[in-house]
Design a protein around this ligand. Structure first.
Ligand code: SF4
Length: 691
């Protein structure tokens, strides 16, 4: 069918998949999405998108969308009116609060919803319920990176912009499959390499596309990244590559840190990491002699039992070499979900108000309380529980009620059987989602939310860039924007805030949180964007740390570290290590990406990557079905034989199946941030006799 141009509506929106934050025009007629049209003015992506942003939009009009609230009656869901459903939710949450205390209620905010919706989620948790147990999916991904950045340089976000990644003389990519997970950023790094000879170092157990393009590719043993990073720092001091002027002027604890590097000799690093001494020296020389270095990292670093320490070690290395505060430098933890940065920035964190003010800081608490019209004592100063702890608390009967917005926790959290048991233990569970997700199946009430194209709002991408998205079409059926649901729910719990548009929510947050003081919808009109922190006059910050660090004395800190053994390792029985991650075509549990038939047909089932050596040893051929068994459970899938993996390391994409790969992963986690150690999973493999 063809339409004349005037009948086509063009609306600016922002991609709802990954953290690159591609913006584009969506061309529609009524509810038909005709095409996604990138434009040069889009600040993060220009005319680029990947396959998901361009084509994976059939979920918007999927017949599986929820269009009415659902209430569980005698074990089955029935459709209900909004009145009945919201009353039940309000009563259920208040009952838990009044009967068992405020900390018996936990909230998981959505990393796919808007900043304004994240703000309302934490406002309900903190102001109405009285708990700081509010979190988002960064607990499963980049929370360790944030911890590492807070320990060293002070802001929990990328040091600069995507443009800085292009400007750097050397880019180091560690534990990030950038070409598949952040494709548009990868394209810009590839272009910088091709056009002006930018040097690329990749460190990863898996030889993915960026590794194939690298000038140096290092393949360390799993969970040894802190060792090679610290050995490089030691090398910098010993060989005159440490930036002593920068350290003297801008960094604390230099001597204590330098002494802590004593154990990290090249010989120790070679023995533990399996990387040759010469490769370590070549890497150190490339970084040490460069004028500007950017370091990119992701889940391959953070999802370990000491991911915060490894992230800290990477930031330490950048400080030692003076790679902060100048164009083309800094640390870049790649944000996964489209708004996982914003969900944290706008307060869905167990210990921080919007704008990263601590709930334990009396002055900040007093200011938030005053702005919200209550006494300081009405806001809790007790650090709440994050996703992982909430699930454990539910099992131990401390958390009685949970409210999960747009997150597929039953699939994405580690050791999923444990999570399911925890959800079954709850007295009351609410899920707000577009679909009857694997998580929603455990709920007592399911509230139908909207995708971004059916509402207004803002997202923050991986480079701290706040961008506006606009309503492309009206909400489907009786579904509602999440901000409208939360506003109505608050009113039913006695707090009539009266928001009629998300701009009012942003204006309120900007009045209270200094980090967003100058953020207004007017300043985000068209293709304009703002990178936080944003001063009251609207001046934003594309590159952090140019005038020092956001600490009391304006200095960064070198943070001494010890290497600790991983919590789970291979042994005689579970003799292989399982790596896992995303594919280009899909996102997480495929609730969105899996509903576009053309995309689903490209990648309809899961598989396991097996190295040629292991395949020869075990008699595995391409397509042979194998069973993987961890200390928790088993899964079965066909094998793909590839040198992307090496020796006894396996790789499985995370997307497929009702329960998925988290049937195998365990409860062990980073004690500093409670991020599960997804990448430390030992398994055994059996060859199956089936087609
Ligand atoms: Fe851009 Fe990421 Fe969306 Fe792809 S998934 S279009 S890279 S924002």
């Amino acid at each position: 069918m063809y339409w004349r141009q005037p009948e086509i509506k063009r609306t600016k929106t922002v991609c709802t998949y990954c953290g690159v934050g591609c913006a584009f025009e969506m061309w529609t007629r009524d509810r038909h999405i005709l095409k996604v049209q990138p434009v040069a003015a889009a600040p993060a992506n220009g005319i680029s998108t990947c396959v998901k942003g361009k084509f994976a939009w059939d979920f918007v009009n999927s017949e599986k969308r929820l269009t009415m609230p659902l209430i569980r009656d005698n074990g089955r869901f029935r459709e209900a009116s909004w009145d009945e459903a919201l009353d039940k939710v309000a009563k259920g949450l208040l009952h838990a609060r009044d009967t068992y205390g405020a900390d018996s209620v936990g909230f998981i905010g959505s990393s796919k919803a808007s900043n304004e919706e994240a703000y309302l989620t934490q406002k309900i948790a903190r102001l109405i319920i009285g708990t700081n147990s509010v979190d988002n999916s960064s607990r499963y991904c980049q929370n360790p990176a944030t911890k590492g950045l807070f320990r060293t340089v002070g802001y929990g976000g990328d040091a600069g912009s995507i443009e800085d990644l292009e400007k750097a003389e050397v880019v180091v990519i560690v534990g990030s499959n950038t070409a598949e997970n952040h494709p548009v950023i990868a394209s810009r790094i590839k272009a910088a390499k091709k056009r002006r000879g930018q040097k690329l170092i990749v460190v990863d157990p898996r030889k993915h596309e960026m590794a194939e393009r690298a000038d140096i590719f290092l393949r360390p043993n799993i969970s040894t990244d802190l060792i090679w990073a610290s050995a490089l720092s030691r090398y910098m001091f010993e060989h005159g590559y440490a930036d002593l002027t920068f350290l003297d002027q801008h960094v604390n604890q230099v001597e204590a840190y330098r002494q802590s590097l004593e154990p990290f000799t090249l010989a120790f690093a070679e023995e533990k990491t399996g990387i040759s001494r010469q490769a370590l020296i070549d890497t150190a020389e490339m970084i040490g002699t460069a004028q500007s270095v950017c370091l990119v990292w992701a889940m391959g670093i953070t999802q370990h039992s000491h991911g915060a320490d490894i992230s800290t070690a990477l930031s330490n290395l950048l400080l030692v070499t003076g790679n902060y505060g100048k164009p083309g430098t800094g640390g870049y933890p790649m944000r996964g979900h489209n708004n996982v940065q914003g969900a944290s920035d706008f307060g869905c964190l167990r210990n921080m108000y919007p704008g990263y003010e601590k709930v334990t800081d009396d002055d900040a608490r007093a200011r938030w309380a005053k702005a919200w019209g209550v006494d300081k004592e009405q806001l809790s100063d007790k650090i709440g529980e994050g996703n992982f702890l909430m699930v454990q608390s539910a099992q131990q009967d401390r958390i009685k009620a949970m409210y999960v917005i747009g997150e597929e926790t039953a699939f994405a959290d580690a050791d999923s059987h444990n999570v399911h048991t925890a959800f079954e233990e709850l007295d009351f569970m609410v899920v707000q989602d577009m679909f009857l997700s694997r998580t929603a199946e455990f709920a007592d009430v399911v509230l139908p939310g909207c995708p971004s194209v059916e509402k207004d709002g803002t997202f923050v991408n991986t480079e701290r860039r706040i961008q506006r998205f606009h309503e492309v079409m009206a909400p489907l059926g009786d579904s509602r924007p999440d901000w409208a649901i939360l506003t109505e729910l608050a009113a039913r719990m006695g707090h009539d805030w009266g928001y009629t548009h998300p701009s009012q929510i942003m204006a309120e947050c900007a009045r209270i949180a200094p980090m967003f003081a100058g953020v207004t919808y007017e300043r985000l009109e068209g293709w304009k964007s703002l990178q936080w922190p944003v001063a009251a006059d609207g001046t934003d910050t594309p590159l952090l740390y140019t005038d020092g660090f956001p600490t009391e004395d304006g200095k960064a800190t070198l943070f001494p570290l010890e290497w600790k053994e991983p919590d789970e390792e291979a042994d005689d029985e579970y003799d292989l290590m399982l790596d896992n991650g995303r594919m280009l075509e899909h996102f997480q549990g495929t609730n969105q990406s899996g509903r576009t038939a053309e995309i689903w047909h490209q990648t309809p089932y899961g598989f396991i990557e097996v190295s040629p050596q292991l395949a020869a040893e075990r008699g595995i051929e391409e397509g042979t079905w194998v069973r993987l068994t961890s200390r928790r459970d088993s899964v079965e899938m066909p094998a793909v034989i590839t040198d992307r993996v090496d020796g006894k390391t396996l790789f499985v994409p995370i997307h497929h199946g009702k329960i998925g790969i988290n049937a195998l992963t365990g409860e062990h986690h980073d004690p500093d941030v409670h991020t599960p150690a997804y990448k430390e999973t030992a398994v055994k493999l059996e060859v199956l006799d089936r087609e």
